[in-house]
Design a binder for this molecule. Structure first.
Ligand code: BGC
Length: 367
């Protein structure tokens, strides 16, 4: 029988456990089967912390939040999906008591404060490292069969889609249609899954993208950058001190390394009215010295925006799935290459704690 991967309180090492039994779906419920599951930095962070946010009454958290699944069985009153449908589940869900909230202005789910939501596989609810699980159709996004091989990437792509959509909305509000008339020059820092997701959502908009990384230009990941028609600049060679930041700088920076040194250097390349989005962070921030006053000064004089973003709205997941369909003719092969390793559940434990040097995304295959 297929095992589940779980994080235990007090342990940095993931364990295989027998999956909890699953009842048939009740009214309004759906029973799904996990087909593919992505491993991400958040899984590694949870393990490193040795204090996973376990569901109430449980000493462990079943991991897994980037999932492609198939609907196996639907309960009474379910009309939105049927057995055989491919779906990607939402990660974050409002807590029960929040359903009664009268605050309709702030988007529930991805915009609510810490404590008002659960995240499957991350915060207080078991994830999808399960052969079968119960859910409700409103948390399931339909997947077109033509993207069955890449839809497991929809969740990380939706996270970058939100980052870019929010940047666009802010810029539309203060600059009118400038970004529609003149494509913003984009810098993506990092070469991990969220960075490539950022490149995909920007290339889908036709924007020119430069990616910054540490890898040699002849490495696999640097090659992938080129496959997405992006320019590659790398550590050691790239000169962050631009002669003319308006001429040579960037209008949108998607910071995906979580590294404060990279972030500060990148911030120095922001052109007037530019926006820098924080998509990555380190779980244990350490105090260090930077000339923050310089960033503040430039931020004021050049009307910069700094934006933090997490998770996604339903529209972002919908668009991530659309990008996978629309970008398939152009970038289908490059997108497939982002899955750098496929492993069985039993083989997956090492990958929950380690990254391969040129790896982007490890995917666990369920039978
Ligand atoms: C997930 C998001 C989640 C975030 C914070 C990320 O890895 O992709 O959906 O909101 O972690 O828990």
């Amino acid at each position: 029988m297929t095992s589940s991967v779980a994080a235990f309180t007090g342990a940095a090492v993931p364990k295989l456990i027998a999956p909890p039994p699953v009842e048939p779906p009740g009214p309004g419920e759906v029973r799904c089967k996990t087909l593919l599951l992505g491993i991400c930095g958040t899984d590694r962070d949870i393990l490193e912390s040795t204090s996973p946010a376990c569901p109430v009454g449980s000493g462990f958290l079943v991991l897994g939040h980037e999932c492609l699944a198939r609907v196996e069985q639907v309960g009474p009153e379910v009309t939105d999906c049927e057995p055989g449908d491919l779906v990607v589940p939402a990660v974050r869900r409002p807590r029960q008591q929040d359903n009664e909230s009268s605050d309709q202005i702030r988007r529930r789910v991805d915009m609510v404060p810490w404590g008002n939501y659960v995240e499957r596989g991350i915060v207080a609810e078991h994830g999808f490292s399960l052969p079968a699980w119960i859910d409700r159709p409103e948390f399931l996004f339909p997947v077109s069969p033509e993207i069955k091989d890449t839809a497991v990437l929809a969740e990380p792509i939706s996270v970058s889609e939100k980052a870019v959509r929010e940047a666009e909305q802010i810029q539309n509000a203060r600059l009118g249609d400038e970004w529609q008339r003149q494509a913003p020059r984009v810098l993506v820092t990092g070469l991990g899954p969220i960075a490539f997701a950022a490149a995909i959502v920007c290339r889908a908009r036709g924007w020119p993208v430069t990616m910054y990384g540490r890898d040699d230009p002849d490495s696999f990941r640097a090659g992938l950058v080129t496959s997405f028609d992006c320019d590659y600049v790398h550590e050691g060679v790239y000169d962050w001190a631009l002669a003319d930041v308006e001429e040579d700088g960037f209008d949108l920076i998607l910071e995906c390394t979580g590294n404060d040194v990279v972030m500060m250097q990148a911030a120095g390349t922001l052109a007037s009215c530019g926006i820098l989005v924080w998509e990555g962070s380190t779980r244990l921030p350490q105090p260090c010295q930077h000339n923050v006053a310089e960033i503040m000064r430039a931020g004021i004089l050049r009307n910069h925006v700094y934006l933090g973003t997490v998770n996604n709205a339903p529209v972002d997941m919908g668009r991530a799935l659309e990008h996978l369909v629309s970008q398939r003719p152009r970038y289908g092969s490059a997108i497939r290459q982002l899955v750098t390793r496929q492993v069985s559940v039993d083989e997956s434990l090492w990958h929950y704690q380690n990254r391969e040097p040129q790896g982007v995304k490890t995917v666990v295959v369920f039978d």
